[in-house]
Write a protein that binds this ligand. Structure first.
Ligand SMILES: CC(C)[C@H](C(=O)O)[C@@H](O)C(=O)O
Ligand code: SF4
Length: 470
């Protein structure tokens, strides 16, 4: 028998039963909830008069609809308020642990899980949210589920699932100065496309991944879903254990030692079978900027906007033309000549302390202020605790002094469910993960970049090569 991948190992450890056709019942260790995808699930439970199977496995937080400005007067928008209040009521009624809006542990669900130690190596982690892939950075099998599955997990602590294939993305070598995890994952998506990982669970491996902090690994796994895979994984190592140790939900004492002994086995065996392998040279990666309406429409800051005329595939050409029209960009325009209206530093991709440090460092180095053509540059920490840490380090002062707005934690302008949005035609340098039409507000134009690139764009008013500045 050949060895097993990390994915195989976690899967095997959680299968309760497998049908002839491969459909399996998986035990779920951790279930995270937010206000958008849970209301009908709770309603379903109530109608069936069922209870939550294992209360302690659940952790809830409101993130998509919370305001990022002063919250003392509550939520002005009635739709947003209703969603947040509904989650509060459901958690109170069913007895689920929740960080409410005024709790400093509140934040984006994919930031607070790891921060609290609620996400641990070897776990199965699900949430009614596609970016649950983030938690795979811990060597956990983590993916998004739909609302009916949220109800199923609440009621049974299990999920019906089919096993995916194994893909290994190996990134070897040293990342150039000024580049970060976001550039790695955008470069991967640029290479394999947004459907490249469809049907696979991706394990990210290689020396460049090993060298990343947990924050960086989370950034990479976060966008596994944009590469087409529901789940992304990174093997457990010392970096993982160091990060987890001492967190509120993490085991302690003898239980910690026992857990660590098991966690150290959470890596793929050398003779494991891979259905697909993709390789990237980290040294060749440059700061990435998307130019279109899909994360795979990405080039480096040294490049120009691609020319559809050079694309032979008519379907692709058509998509390029449409994207350029929506983005209001001319083919062959140097990326460095693209001027922006707004900057968003935040989202579950890039709102952790390291991301904010990376952005603040660029602002410090560059000196000066947010460019006159930039109407709004905002920094939205991923959680209240990230915000507190950043303030202890004085990062908020760096941002504020340069003219950035320093906000309260939440999803914010990543998807514009709250008041933070682009106006029609506005162009944004954004550290988030999705750039489809209207994602940040109807008619808004999104360019996905790293925190360093977003910060530099804010000061220059256009995209610049951050490697020159660090
Ligand atoms: C609201 C939620 C269902 C959605 C997701 O699943 O990803 C959101 O978080 C997003 O990023 O678009
Ligand atoms: S920050 Fe953006 S991508 Fe992440 S959960 Fe919120 S809306 Fe989804």
């Amino acid at each position: 028998m050949s060895g097993r991948t990390l994915y195989d190992k976690i899967w095997d450890e959680h299968v309760v039963h497998t049908e002839e056709d491969g459909t399996a019942i998986l035990y779920i260790d951790r279930h995270l909830l937010h206000e958008v995808t849970s209301p009908q699930a709770f309603e379903g439970l109530e109608l069936a008069a069922r209870k939550v199977w294992r209360l302690s496995a659940n952790l809830a937080v409101s993130d998509h609809n919370v305001p990022t400005t002063d919250r003392s007067a509550g939520i002005a928008d009635p739709v947003s308020r209703l969603q947040v209040e509904t989650l509060d009521r459901n958690c109170d009624r069913f007895g689920i642990t929740q960080f409410k809006m005024h709790d400093k542990r509140q934040g984006i669900v994919h930031v607070i899980g790891p921060e609290q130690g609620a996400t641990l190596p070897g776990m199965t982690v699900v949430c009614g949210d596609s970016h649950t892939s983030t938690h795979g950075a811990f060597g956990a099998l983590a993916h998004g589920i739909g609302t009916s599955e949220v109800e199923h997990v609440l009621a049974t602590q299990t999920l019906l699932a089919k096993k995916a294939k194994n893909m290994r993305v190996v990134v070897e070598g040293q990342l150039p100065k000024g580049c970060s995890a976001k550039d790695i994952v955008l470069a991967i998506i640029g290479k394999i496309g947004t459907a490249g990982g469809t049907g696979y669970t991706i394990e990210f491996a290689g020396s460049a991944i090993r060298a990343l902090s947990m924050e960086g690994r989370m950034t990479v796994c976060n966008m596994a879903i944009e590469a087409g895979a529901r789940a992304g994984l990174v093997a457990v190592d010392e970096t993982t254990l160091q990060y987890v140790k001492g967190r509120p939900f993490a085991p302690t004492g003898a239980e910690w030692d026992q857990a660590v002994a098991y966690w150290r086995t959470l890596h793929s065996d050398p003779d494991a079978h891979w259905d697909a392998v993709v390789e990237l040279d980290a040294a060749q990666i440059r700061p990435q900027v998307t130019w279109g309406t899909s994360p795979e429409m990405v080039v480096s800051i040294e490049d120009r906007v691609p020319d559809p005329e050079k694309e032979k595939d008519p379907v692709k050409r058509n998509a390029m033309e449409r994207a350029l029209q929506y983005m209001d960009l001319e083919p062959n325009k140097p990326m460095q000549d693209i001027f922006i209206d707004k900057v968003f530093i935040g989202s579950c991709t890039n709102s952790r302390i390291e991301d904010l440090r990376e952005a603040a460092n660029v602002v410090r180095r560059m000196g000066g202020r947010v460019a006159a053509n930039v109407k709004l540059a905002m920094v939205v920490p991923g959680s209240g605790l990230v915000k507190e840490q950043a303030e202890r380090e004085g990062l908020h002062e760096v941002f504020r002094a340069a003219g950035f707005e320093w906000r309260e934690p939440g999803c914010s302008m990543c998807l514009a469910m709250n008041a933070d949005r682009l106006e029609p035609g506005e162009r944004c340098a954004s550290t988030s993960n999705r750039n489809f039409e209207g994602r940040q507000g109807a008619g808004g134009r999104t360019h996905l970049v790293s925190p360093a690139m977003a910060a530099a764009a804010a000061i220059e008013g256009r995209f610049v090569d951050v490697r020159r500045l660090v």
